[in-house]
Design a protein around this ligand. Structure first.
Ligand SMILES: N[C@@H](CCC(=O)N[C@@H](CS)C(=O)NCC(=O)O)C(=O)O
Length: 204
């Protein structure tokens, strides 16, 4: 069994991606809480662990990986290969969504939620919500035609995009007029090992 430690925060959707992949694959994950809202990532000590000064950070023995997308990829390739893909075409399809999670989903629903979670953050809420609406519209279109974001099965692409979309209402981005997105959320909730974080729905 691997020796996995996550530098973690319970309200972080980026950290929750890692919890989901581990739980869905029976990988034990130890959690070390980082008080990110109190600036605990902005210390010299934390910068030695992750120069980008953000969570999540994963330690797997001697290996340190930062960034939720990179951690998903690392864990899938090493311990849960069916959540990634062995072909260049398949990996490219997954990477398209990992990049989308890192830019559009982060600048949209993640930032809109953070605006209401932490009033000290300097966030242009109109811009974040506009991007959030674009993200939801795109997902609605894509998921009207297929059950999963790519490859016809659940992959780390779905886990990378899911948390901040599932939490969109906390950024005052309604989901009720997005039936295909809601149905996809329900499919994720039905996967073995799914569990919520505050603001996400319970397992089905
Ligand atoms: N691209 C990174 C973004 C991570 C991120 O936004 N982390 C937030 C918490 S969810 C953080 O550490 N914020 C503290 C800061 O930026 O000072 C990822 O996907 O892991």
């Amino acid at each position: 069994m691997p020796d996995l430690l996550l530098h973690d925060f319970p309200l972080s959707g980026n950290c929750h991606k890692i919890h989901l992949l581990c739980a869905m694959n029976g990988l034990p994950l130890e959690s070390r809480r980082v008080e990110v809202l109190d600036g605990a990532t902005r210390t010299e000590e934390f910068a030695r662990l992750n120069p980008v000064q953000q969570i999540p950070v994963l330690q797997d023995g001697e290996t340190i990986v930062q960034d939720s997308q990179a951690i998903l990829l690392y864990l899938a390739l090493k311990y849960a290969p069916h959540w990634a893909d062995p072909t260049p075409e398949g990996m490219a399809a997954i990477m398209e969504w990992l990049s989308y999670a890192a830019k559009e989903v982060s600048n949209g629903p993640q930032m809109a939620r953070l605006h209401f979670l932490d009033p000290h953050e300097d966030i242009d809420i109109a811009r974040a919500q506009a991007m959030g609406r674009k993200v939801l519209a795109l997902l609605e279109r894509v998921l009207s035609e297929r059950d999963w974001l790519c490859l016809g099965r659940p992959t780390i692409a779905d886990l990378a995009v899911f948390p901040y979309v599932g939490l969109a209402r906390q950024g005052e981005l309604p989901l009720d007029d997005h039936p295909a997105v809601l149905a996809w959320i329900d499919r994720i909730r039905a996967l073995p090992g799914y569990h919520p974080m505050p603001g996400l729905p319970e397992a089905l």
